[in-house]
Design a protein around this ligand. Structure first.
Ligand code: HAM
Length: 414
């Protein structure tokens, strides 16, 4: 038997209804704030992610599905959406539009990670990007919109971790300072962290080793090294969130697996998720467009994992997909009339289904009942049609032309 590849999943109808509900909330919340939909290709030139996401990141080093096309160019299934959206912004000259350009997407992404609960090789994200504004209001507004989305889909136990990374120059100086500090405490660090002092000293903050964590308590923090402008930017974001009543935890150790971030950085985590606690994350990326050969343009945004939101969500009020009319076939010869009736009913705006498997009439009525049909039209051999109201059990003979108007009027049959 052929099964779906490891780390992928089918969206079956029941789950599709919950996803549709999530999509409708995302659309409502983001479009009310002026975000318009964008979709980019499922694959891009590998170089876009190498340059955009960063050569040294786990995503680029280990998690990309890359392949060569016929002409020997390396292509990659998109592991994330920010670099592609920025590529599209540049390619379509969106800097000429009124700024910021506010875009949202709901797409699938691909990462070759070890599958576990909440971590898949193909997964979906709702994302929002505001390109062309450096104002802290943009970051705060995006965070508020994300909080609204998580609330609308009842994601349980969320905590917002917030930090600022400052600019790349401050970060480079800080890295050197941190390296010096870690080297000075090398004998107390775990083997893993010691090995990575040169390559990725910031990763030390992710360590779960108790002695390493002790050392890091007193380590210099990037948040204390920000330039006055960056510190002010961060203070404004925080003040706006305070005013909006959004709780957060300033987390100087917050690190995210993408290299393009500058200034504001954030992540929503949920207690309901276990090990893969990140529900949504984002931040500012003021150098990314330039890095991709566009005009210097600030940007900020986030992405929320659809599967993780749904895992951490409670029961969602998914309305059953009821139908108005079930068209039953009383005799094989009445099949063409039944076919026409179902079609006309749908054209009149009714949700109508036709008997498709040759059940007995009794079987058809049972099936219509299971589907939750309001009415069943039993199309007989001559031109007669009998309309049955399922709730009351009332039934009446009607001429073919009267069936649809009767249902539309919702009048009693008796
Ligand atoms: P990210 O943190 O890599 O950020 O991914 C965002 C969200 O996607 C995560 O919080 C998580 O919910 C979900 N996610 C990531 N990997 C997986 C996986 N393997 N399986 C299931 N869900 C997953 C970004 O992708 C950035 N582009 C976000 C951003 C937008 N930053 C600025 N603008």
């Amino acid at each position: 038997m052929i099964k779906a590849p490891r780390g992928t999943f089918d969206v079956l109808p029941e789950e599709a209804a919950r996803r549709e509900l999530l999509e409708s909330h995302a659309k409502r919340i983001l479009e009310a704030a002026g975000y318009t939909r964008i979709e980019t290709p499922a694959f891009e030139h590998t170089e876009l992610f190498a340059r955009g996401v960063g050569e040294a990141t786990d995503i680029v080093q280990k998690e990309m599905y890359s392949f060569e096309d016929g002409a020997g160019r390396s292509l990659t299934l998109r592991p994330e959406g920010t670099a592609p959206v920025c590529r599209a912004y540049i390619e379509h000259g969106m800097h000429k539009l009124a700024q910021p350009v506010k875009l949202w997407y709901l797409s699938s992404f691909f990462r070759a990670e070890a599958p576990q609960k909440g971590r898949y090789r193909e997964f979906w994200q709702v994302g929002a990007e505001a390109i062309g504004s450096a104002e802290p209001e943009t970051d705060a507004e995006l965070i508020v919109l994300l909080a609204e989305l998580l609330d609308a889909v009842s994601v349980k136990g969320v905590r917002l971790h917030l930090s600022s990374l400052g600019d790349p120059e401050t970060r480079a100086e800080y890295r050197e300072e941190l390296k010096g500090y870690l080297r000075a405490h090398e004998q107390s660090l775990s083997h893993d962290v010691r090995e990575r002092i040169e390559l990725n000293p910031l990763r030390a903050f992710d360590s779960s080793d108790p002695r390493t964590r002790e050392v890091l308590e007193d380590a210099p923090k990037l948040l204390d090294r920000l330039t006055p402008e960056d510190a002010e930017h961060f203070a404004t974001v925080r003040a706006l969130l305070d005013d909006a009543g959004i709780g957060y935890h300033v987390d100087p150790t917050l690190v995210r697996g993408l290299d393009y971030y500058t200034r504001t950085l954030f992540e929503f985590r949920s207690d309901a998720l276990g090990a893969q606690s990140g529900v949504a994350g984002g931040g500012r990326y003021d150098r990314l467009i330039e890095q991709l050969d566009g005009p210097p343009t600030p940007g900020t945004g986030w992405a929320a994992g659809v599967e993780r939101m749904l895992l951490a969500a409670g029961d969602l009020p998914v309305s059953p997909n009821l139908i108005d009319l079930y068209v039953a076939i009383a005799h094989p010869e009445s099949s063409p009339r039944a076919f026409q009736l179902a079609r006309e009913a749908r054209r009149a705006g009714l949700r109508a289904q036709l008997e498709l498997t040759g059940r007995s009439l009794k079987g058809q009525l049972r099936h219509a009942d299971r589907l939750g049909a309001r009415y069943v039209a039993i199309v007989g051999q001559d031109s007669s049609t009998s309309l049955k109201e399922m709730d009351s059990g009332e039934e009446r003979e009607l001429s073919a032309n009267d069936v649809i108007p009767t249902i539309l009027r919702g009048s009693r049959l008796a």
